[in-house]
Design a binder for this molecule. Structure first.
Ligand code: NAD
Length: 457
């Protein structure tokens, strides 16, 4: 067997893996990055980037539809699915080229092939042994299905949903989490009739209950049906359509069924367990320094239990590279990682939900909800929603939850408040530009400090 070695070997070139590779190279390490498909992984090729391109096309369609409300004479003539796909592909291709250039500019050795973890210090790729002083596992995740439901034909996951050359007239989406509501939003804007089936009692069930309510209300207005607390008993398909049967007896007919019930870790048949890596329900068990059960072997990204988000992967990759280099970085606070769902309207959050805050801090927490009805910019955009702020008994900001079009951008400021443990009264002194949606966060800070300006009630 031929062999090569480097200071750091990274298995998987997605968000977590390539961030680890870049930071390691910056810190003077030689790096080999093993990737079986394309650099950039799920986020760039089958996740964040292509879905947000579809969501932007959806926004343009909605703008055309509602133009007359703003006195603009335009009309919505329909969607050219092929052109939407080519717009989306152009973005992905450009970013992919940029990423390849970036990786090569750091002198990172990219090995294209499927790696298998065969030794405590290395992986085998197409008959070659690649060893490192440190090894970082970053093999990502795949879309899960449900028992008895096989993916194929009209039953699809987000992977196939991103390449549909026809807009379905009727779509059923299993799962009302992030992927489910983002695709519901896109397809409804493209003209489809959409029903979401969610097992738990509300859409985006990981979010604060208030955000679920805003989203559900907005989706109702958009004629997106949400069947919550619903269980699927059968999905049957033929050439003409798919039929979804629920435990309630309801039968839903559709052209396409999207299964969006979560993503599983890519850890099977990689040699992990055989080599001594400890897995729990398929996820790699690590400590807070992202160390696996084997010395000098780390894991980052979607294979580590927790939020499956690209920006968490980036941060974990950077963390591990710095840990290996002996910089002793601070462990990452998962609660401080911002979460944004890019549907129309958007929902975004950082920190604790009200329920979690009550559990952690008791009944002494303060909450304020500032309605976007009082925010000029949101009125101009004709969007509704709110900023909900949660403050601990010591007055530090411990949760920010927002709903409304474009409010995902507010999470940058919100995460600074949370992560810097900002005192709400101190933060209320900062001036927000008028008219911006950011003012809504400023108004919430003023209100929670007992000096509301435009807050009613
Ligand atoms: P998710 O965990 O967000 O949502 C899955 C949903 O399916 C849950 O609400 C769950 O209750 C529901 N569900 C599970 N079994 C079900 C059943 N039998 N019937 C009906 N509903 C069922 O997962 P996802 O939406 O598939 O997304 C996967 C991952 O990708 C998530 O971690 C998500 O955060 C991430 N992601 C993030 C973004 C973003 O940040 N904007 C976008 C897409 C995906």
């Amino acid at each position: 067997m031929t062999s090569r070695s480097a200071d750091v070997v990274v298995l998987g070139g997605g968000s977590g893996g390539y961030a680890a590779a870049i930071r390691s190279a910056e810190l003077g390490r030689s790096v080999i990055l093993v990737e079986e498909n394309e650099l950039g992984g799920t986020c760039l090729h089958r996740g964040c980037i292509p879905t947000k391109a579809l969501l932007h096309a959806a926004e343009v369609a909605d703008n055309a539809r509602t133009a007359s409300q703003f006195g603009v004479d335009a009309s919505f003539g329909g969607i050219d699915a092929e052109k939407v796909l080519s717009y989306k592909d152009t973005i992905v291709t450009r970013l992919h080229k940029g990423l390849q250039g970036l990786i090569s500019s750091y002198g990172i050795d990219v090995v294209n092939g499927r790696g298998r973890f065969v030794a405590p210090d290395g992986v085998e790729v197409d008959g070659e042994l690649i060893t490192g002083t440190d090894v970082i596992l970053a093999t990502g995740s795949y879309p899960k299905s449900l028992p008895g439901i096989s993916i194929g034909g009209r039953v699809i996951t987000s992977d196939q949903a991103l390449t549909l050359t026809e807009i379905p007239a009727k779509a059923v989406i299993l799962g009302g989490g992030v992927i489910g509501v983002e695709f519901a939003s896109v397809w409804a804007s493209f003209g489809a009739s959409v029903t979401i089936v969610e097992a738990l009692p509300r859409l985006v069930p990981n979010e604060d209950e208030a955000l679920s309510k805003y989203l559900e209300r907005a989706f109702r207005r958009r004629k997106i049906t949400a069947k919550t607390g619903a269980r699927v008993t059968e999905v049957a398909h033929d050439d003409d359509g798919v039929r979804v049967t629920l435990a309630s007896g309801d039968v839903l007919d559709a052209d396409v069924v999207l299964v969006a019930v979560g993503r599983g870790p890519n850890t099977a048949s990689m040699g992990y367990e055989e080599a001594g890596i400890v897995l729990d329900r398929g996820f790699v068990t690590t400590d807070e320094r992202l160390r696996t059960a084997l010395p000098n072997v780390y894991a980052v990204g979607d294979i580590v239990p927790g939020l499956q988000l690209a920006h968490r992967g980036f941060q974990q990759g950077i963390f591990v590279a710095e840990e290996i280099a002996g910089l002793n970085p601070d462990p990452i606070d998962e609660t401080g990682i911002p979460r944004v769902t890019y549907s129309h309207p958007e929902v975004a959050s950082v920190g604790l939900t009200e329920a979690a805050a009550r559990e952690a801090f008791g009944e002494e927490i303060k909450t304020v909800t500032y309605d976007l009805a009082g925010n000029g910019r949101s009125q101009i955009l004709k969007t509704s929603g709110a900023v909900k702020l949660i403050v601990a008994p010591d007055d530090s900001v411990i949760g920010v939850h927002v709903a409304g079009d474009r409010v995902g951008e507010l999470i940058g400021e919100a995460q600074m408040l949370y992560n810097l443990k900002a005192d709400a009264g101190e933060a209320a002194k900062f001036v927000h530009a008028h008219p911006t949606q950011g003012e809504a966060l400023g108004e919430a800070l003023l209100a929670v400090s007992g000096k509301p300006l435009h807050a009613h009630g």
